[in-house]
Ligand binder design. Structure first.
Ligand code: ZN
Length: 395
């Protein structure tokens, strides 16, 4: 068996070397989220719908292996969910993305060619160079070179059957690092076919390889360039610790710079301002808890960050201000947003529109004794509630 790099002391595991799906577009998105301080990791989480800003676990694990992010403290009040933090290498890429005002696009289903085209259109192709620099310091890069036996190849190109490559590198690394034989299990989380494609995508993105007709063509000359002259070291110098709130303000400032404090109403701006909405919801959860503040329902898919003063009438900062919001379930959000209920701005007591029938009140779980808790009745929120009482409540 070949001698691969030892990882024991690097704080990473086999799953960090080969993991997927971690398409390059998705990695770039995650770098932005991590840099903005809103990417969280829950081991085993499969999707990235971002209901709670929790990314796909496999993608984050691969990014750890690439030295782009590392795990930070555990999220308050939840077991097994971690904050992520960019490493200085990840920061480099983040800064280029931010300088070029590239926001998450969620085009992770597409191939590396799309991502390259996207970066070219945004004048950010220098990201490829930084990525290359980062990648060349990783264990997976070194292991790839060992697997291909680069020292003993003197051609410029090496062709290998794609399945053979995927099965080969996966089984060798799996056996080396986990000390257990690799048993092919069809389609599943721990198979070559599922996890090596992320590495292949990265190789294609960096022009180290391309796939064609079931074969992989490795660019040996490119792979050999300045090889092994750096020792692997995951640089985990502390980034200055800033509070969640400061991180969020930073994002809002950036959005305001880019789109104007009032924003405008083009489709693309609306998409981009969804980031303000994410911050808004996070702030409300932090303020009082992750449940409908009226009825207590907890399922996150049913919870909405509800604006007291209409979002469309607010500038970016007011869009994300927790005092301009209530965390409500879909039902109560709809009642509040359509003015069928409001809350007395002095007491927080619920106001119910006369147009809501007795039956409808009962069926929508609304009663006269409901109220906002005193803790929520800040001066600023009272002002927003007064606006809602005067302008939206449908008496
Ligand atoms: Zn509710």
């Amino acid at each position: 068996m070949k001698k691969y790099v030892f990882i024991d002391k690097e704080g990473i595991e086999f799953k960090n070397l080969l993991s997927g799906p971690a398409q390059i577009g998705r990695i770039l998105n995650y770098i932005i989220y991590a840099g903005d301080g809103i990417l969280k990791h829950r081991p085993g989480n499969r999707n990235d719908t971002f209901a709670n800003n929790i990314g796909s676990a496999w993608c984050i694990e691969f990014m750890i292996g690439l030295g782009l992010v590392r795990l930070d403290s555990i999220v308050d009040g939840s077991s097994n969910v971690y904050y992520t933090r960019l490493t200085p290498q990840g920061m480099k890429i983040y800064n280029i993305l931010v300088e070029n005002a590239i926001m998450p696009v969620f085009e992770h289903k597409s191939n590396p060619k799309y991502t390259l085209k996207f970066l070219k259109e945004h004048n950010a192709l220098n990201i490829v160079n930084v990525f290359e620099e980062v990648f060349r310091q990783t264990i997976i890069f070194k292991d790839l070179c060992i697997f291909l036996d680069l020292d003993n190849i003197d051609t410029d190109e090496l062709v290998m059957n794609k399945d053979k490559f995927m099965e080969g590198i996966f089984s060798e690394l799996c056996e080396f690092y986990t000390k257990t034989p690799y048993i092919r299990k069809g389609h599943g989380a721990s198979t070559a076919g599922n996890r090596v494609p992320s590495l292949l995508q990265l190789l294609e993105f960096l022009k180290y390889a391309y796939c064609k007709d079931g074969d992989v063509y490795f660019n040996i000359r490119a792979l050999k360039k300045g090889i092994f002259n750096k020792t692997y070291r995951l640089d985990i110098t502390e980034r200055h610790l800033i509070s969640e709130y400061e991180k969020e303000e930073k994002i809002l400032n950036r959005l305001a710079d880019k789109y104007g404090i009032e924003g405008n109403r083009t489709v693309s701006t609306r998409v981009r301002l969804s980031q303000a909405q994410l911050i808004f919801k996070e702030r409300l959860k932090r303020e009082y808890g992750s449940f409908c503040w009226l009825c207590g329902i907890k399922n996150d898919n049913l919870l909405l960050a509800s604006h007291i003063k209409d979002s469309s009438l607010c500038n970016i900062y007011d869009k994300a201000k927790n005092n301009n919001g209530l965390l409500l379930c879909a039902q109560h959000d709809k009642l509040f947003d359509s003015g069928l209920i409001s809350f007395e701005y002095e007491t927080g007591k619920v106001m119910i529109s006369k147009s809501l029938t007795k039956d409808d009140r009962k069926l929508s779980n609304i009663s006269e004794d409901m109220r906002l808790q005193d803790k929520l009745m800040t001066d600023e929120r009272r002002n927003f509630l007064k606006w809602h009482n005067d302008n939206k409540f449908f008496d």
